[in-house]
Ligand binder design. Structure first.
Ligand code: PLP
Length: 404
């Protein structure tokens, strides 16, 4: 827009149009490039000629933010690169990403889905209540029992096998190559929620997964200030996923995409510290007289320790530790959590701050007591997401709280 043109317009018109970019604007041609991707809040886009706008609809150019936008695309490119996938799509939350991946993989009335039994609570509910009520035949299995997975697949011929690399909150480790092989033998797409493991530990697409899902809210963002989800998949599956995104409309906004991208820049530094500290916390808890049981894939006592070692190549075992207080129920767990001074009793994980959560009353609150009991989520169980603080300070805080 040439500045002189403003004087042709009345105040009302200037207020609306002055400062906007137009095709060929000199601000587009400046010889500098920002080192950080800009935030593009624009919902809609126009081109120099109507022909170009028309072509943009077909070529996945930017026309309307629900179909894609530059800041979100920068984030998607970064997550696809980390997960070694061909394409990624960002969503407004991890749950939107799980839902979209299930739909893109073909979950519909009359089809079947086989899924891990101990999934994140909302994922379990999405399958058990919402999709089931819409006519999807949902079968839950213990993914550590490959014979059970195989039998379920043989019986219902699912369109999807869904697992978490490391499950929430029981920290069971899924044998991704073996499960991919079973899924594909029965014609199912293999969906892996890699939120807990992060691409730092394992890239499931390289082991046979068809879709990788992240709650970006957790380690990818890492700072507890953005709710987001991402699905990574092959170019061949992009269209199906795009169809869901455009019609479901659970898009990630540009501000959130920018925050997530900024968090992603320090992913490796953060998780290296968090995973090493989690290993130390797990060992310390295992030796503590008030602790009945510690679940952590990095401990030799964990039933899938060898598998985790193989799958994660010795890079670590994650930043989450689940443990049970001895002879404790809700009252004792609440007392322990109320005594914490450094660790924050808040509902999330993967933050730079250490967060402590009571699964029975938060992540798995919507399940019935019977459902929780059948999953193995007990009333004395606590989940800790280890942050980047000095591990000595985390241990001192736990020690003090355990005295109560
Ligand atoms: N998947 C896992 C493993 C999670 O832990 C969570 C949330 O805790 C989700 C998905 C859902 O993510 P969001 O809370 O971003 O919707």
């Amino acid at each position: 827009m040439t500045r002189g043109q403003y004087s042709d317009w009345r105040m009302e018109t200037r207020a609306v149009h002055a400062g906007r970019l137009i095709p060929g604007d000199d601000r587009d041609r400046r010889p500098f490039i920002p080192t950080v991707p800009p935030i593009h809040p624009s919902v809609t886009y126009y081109y120099g000629r109507m022909e170009d706008l028309d072509a943009a609809f077909d070529a996945e150019g930017y026309v309307y933010a629900r179909h894609g936008s530059p800041t979100v695309a920068a984030l998607e490119e970064a997550v696809a690169a980390l997960e070694e996938g061909e394409t990624a799509m960002a969503f407004a939350s991890g749950m939107a990403a799980v839902h979209a991946a299930l739909l893109a993989a073909g979950a519909r009335a009359g089809t079947a889905v086989v899924a891990a039994r101990d999934l994140y609570g909302a994922t379990y509910l999405l399958l058990d209540r919402l999709l089931r009520s819409q006519g999807v035949n949902v079968r839950f299995v213990d993914v550590t029992d490959l014979a059970e997975v195989e039998a379920a697949c043989a019986e219902v011929c699912p369109v999807v096998l869904l697992v978490e690399t490391v499950s929430n909150p029981l920290l069971k480790v899924a044998d991704l190559p073996a499960l991919a092989e079973i899924a594909h033998r029965y014609g199912a797409a293999f969906l892996v929620d890699n939120t807990f493991a992060t691409p730092y530990l394992v890239r499931p697409l390289s082991l046979g997964a068809d879709f990788v899902i992240h709650s970006g809210t957790k380690y990818l963002g890492g700072h507890g200030d953005v709710l987001a989800g991402v699905v990574v998949t092959s170019a061949a599956r992009r269209e199906a996923l795009m169809e869901v995104l455009k019609t479901m409309g659970a898009n990630l906004g540009p501000m959130e995409a920018w925050l997530l991208l900024r968090g992603l820049r320090t992913l490796v530094l953060r998780v290296e510290r968090q995973f090493a500290s989690a290993q130390a916390v797990a060992r310390w808890l295992e030796a503590h007289p008030r602790i009945a049981r510690v679940l952590y894939p990095g401990l030799p006592s964990h039933p899938q320790h060898d598998l985790a070692l193989r799958l994660f190549g010795g890079r670590g075992f994650g930043g989450i530790v689940t443990f049970e207080l001895k002879d404790a129920g809700r009252e004792e767990v609440f007392r322990f959590m109320d005594r914490l001074r450094l660790c924050v009793p808040a509902t999330s994980l993967g933050d730079v701050q250490t967060l402590v959560l009571y699964p029975a009353r938060s992540s798995h609150r919507s399940l019935t007591p019977e459902e929780r009991a059948s999953l193995g989520i007990t009333e004395g169980m606590v989940r800790i997401s280890v942050g980047i603080e000095a591990v000595e300070d985390i241990l001192a805080d736990l020690e003090e709280a355990l005295k109560g």
